[in-house]
Design a protein. Structure first.
Length: 263
């Protein structure tokens, strides 16, 4: 987790990791370098999360969270580079889904195309009251290719997802909240404070329990109840026998806050 990046700022704050998409002059657009670095960062986190128990993902500046694919770069890209960008974008969405710790987006501005798809892919999102969202792919001659047709219906319902994706229209943060794309809308200056507060709440909980609960939740809409419940129980058993469970019981009896170790 000690890698340095050209397009990302990675800042550890105790057990919370703040990752900033850092191309403000280009609308934090997803150029080839950024998708390569996002994939590298997520792979390193998957292999060894270290002290990280929750991630906050945001964009540099106050106007744009992520403007989607870098259209200026795309104009001059060789076919091999286009294929690489496409494959890495697919891998990025899969890695977000597979991330062992929760990822919360702090949407500080416009989330367009792939940026909006990242918002739909993370575990949940808070947004600035000035944030805007759109999935304009059909206006650009393509259909979504970074998970929107799968993640947006899960977040917002199928009919809402069809309206968002088939019109390609921009909509404000309050509408994103009403439709279920984001969990909370706050004034811009308070966004990071609010998001970090919930991230720290998650990070203060038993790490193994959070990871196991996340695994069970992630399949909840993809299977029938009986299968999902069996998966939940399989996720539950290791936590019931963990050191953190013993610590939680002792802390309750001793009227103190537990000290969790993730084992």
């Amino acid at each position: 987790m000690a890698a340095t990046y050209e397009t990302l700022l990675v800042q550890p704050l105790d057990h919370v990791l703040v990752v900033t998409l850092n191309r403000p002059a280009s609308g934090n657009a997803l150029n080839l370098a950024m998708v390569e670095e996002l994939n590298h960062w997520l792979w390193e986190l998957y292999v060894d999360a270290g002290a990280t128990r929750c991630v906050v993902l945001t964009g540099a500046g106050e106007r744009i969270f992520c403007g989607g694919g870098d259209m200026k770069e795309r104009q001059d890209m060789a076919p091999a580079a286009v294929r690489r960008h496409r494959a890495l974008t697919e891998r990025l969405i899969r890695q977000i889904a597979d991330c062992p710790v929760p990822i919360i987006a702090a949407v500080n501005g416009a989330a367009v195309g792939g940026g909006c798809e990242i918002v739909a892919a993370v575990d949940f999102a808070y947004a600035s009251d000035s944030a805007r969202f759109s999935l304009p792919e059909v206006k650009r001659g393509i259909s979504p290719g970074a998970g929107a047709t799968q993640n947006v219906p899960r977040a917002c319902g199928l009919r809402r997802a069809k309206e968002m994706i088939l019109t390609g229209e921009m909509f404000p943060a309050r509408q994103a909240l009403e439709w279920g794309l984001v969990n909370k809308v706050v004034p811009g200056p308070e966004l990071m404070e609010e998001t970090l507060a919930v991230a720290r709440t998650i990070a203060a909980n038993a790490p193994l329990a959070v990871r196991q609960a996340k695994k069970a939740l992630d399949i909840a809409l993809d299977t029938d109840f009986a299968t999902g419940f069996r998966f939940e129980l399989e996720a539950h058993y290791p936590t019931a026998q963990s050191r953190d469970r013993v610590e939680a019981i002792a802390a309750y009896a001793e009227k103190r806050e537990p000290v969790f170790h993730g084992e």
